[in-house]
Design a binder for this molecule. Structure first.
Ligand code: 5GP
Length: 217
């Protein structure tokens, strides 16, 4: 009997700016490749300027406001939000295709975007990445040398407003050591792929094989 293809899992990863979630997610993607876990990373679209170590089409699709607003109007975005006066959003195009192919998809988006995605994918798994402390968060923001003093203050204040929202996420990772956080994130994904509610249908599939003639297999 042919087993049905399982749809992939939607994994939402949020965390304050400079919590290190991007690095954790990148490392998780590498580990997933090594362990043959089918995992894709959604690349968001943004109107903010490109940073020094960022690559267009990898970190984000960097677009003009006009292009972003055209994508909103054409309903091409799964969700979008504005942050520090710039738009950020998740392009819809590949996500359904990946899920149908059985690939799980990581969306690295903010709390507001997470709420929008949960309305469309209520089974999505949510993971919040916390920095060990605000002192550490500030250090990381300064070390990456991307923002003005004003933007750093803004990002820290945004973090303070946003962190309480971690209470409604399914999982929380305190990102002290990247390697450990990435291991934990991949473990969460692997465990969730075997969540009973998700693969309960397999029970019937196996039961249907009872009494099948082993010679025919
Ligand atoms: P940054 O400028 O530091 O790369 O991102 C700023 C904030 O935007 C972060 O909280 C990040 O998670 C969020 N963000 C990045 N991409 C998206 C997206 O596609 N949708 C939403 N809603 N937020 C995003």
């Amino acid at each position: 009997m042919k087993q049905s293809t399982e749809r992939g899992l939607v994994v939402i990863v949020s965390g304050p700016s400079a919590s290190g979630k991007g690095t954790v997610v990148d490392r998780t993607m590498e580990k997933a490749g090594e362990e043959r876990v089918n995992l894709r990373l959604s690349v968001s679209m943004t109107t903010r300027g490109i940073g020094r170590n960022e690559v267009d089409g990898e970190s984000y699709y960097f677009v003009s406001r006009e292009t972003f607003e055209k994508n909103i109007a054409e309903n091409n975005l799964l969700e979008y939000n504005s942050y520090a006066g710039e738009y950020y959003g998740t392009p819809k195009s590949m996500i359904e295709e990946w899920l149908d192919d059985g690939c799980s998809v990581i969306l690295e988006i903010d709390v507001n975007g997470a709420k929008q995605v949960l309305r469309q994918y209520p089974q999505a798994v949510t993971v919040y990445i916390l920095p060990p402390s605000f002192r550490e968060l500030e250090c990381r923001l300064r070390n990456r040398n991307r923002d003005s003093e004003e933007k750093i203050r803004y990002r820290l204040a945004k973090g303070k407003d946003e962190i309480p929202e971690a209470r409604w996420y399914d999982y929380i990772l305190v990102n002290d050591i990247i390697e450990e956080s990435a291991d934990d994130l991949l473990s969460i994904i692997k465990a969730e792929l075997n969540n009973r509610a998700r693969i309960e249908y397999k029970i019937d599939e196996v039961l249907e094989t009872y009494g099948e003639d082993s010679q025919n297999n």
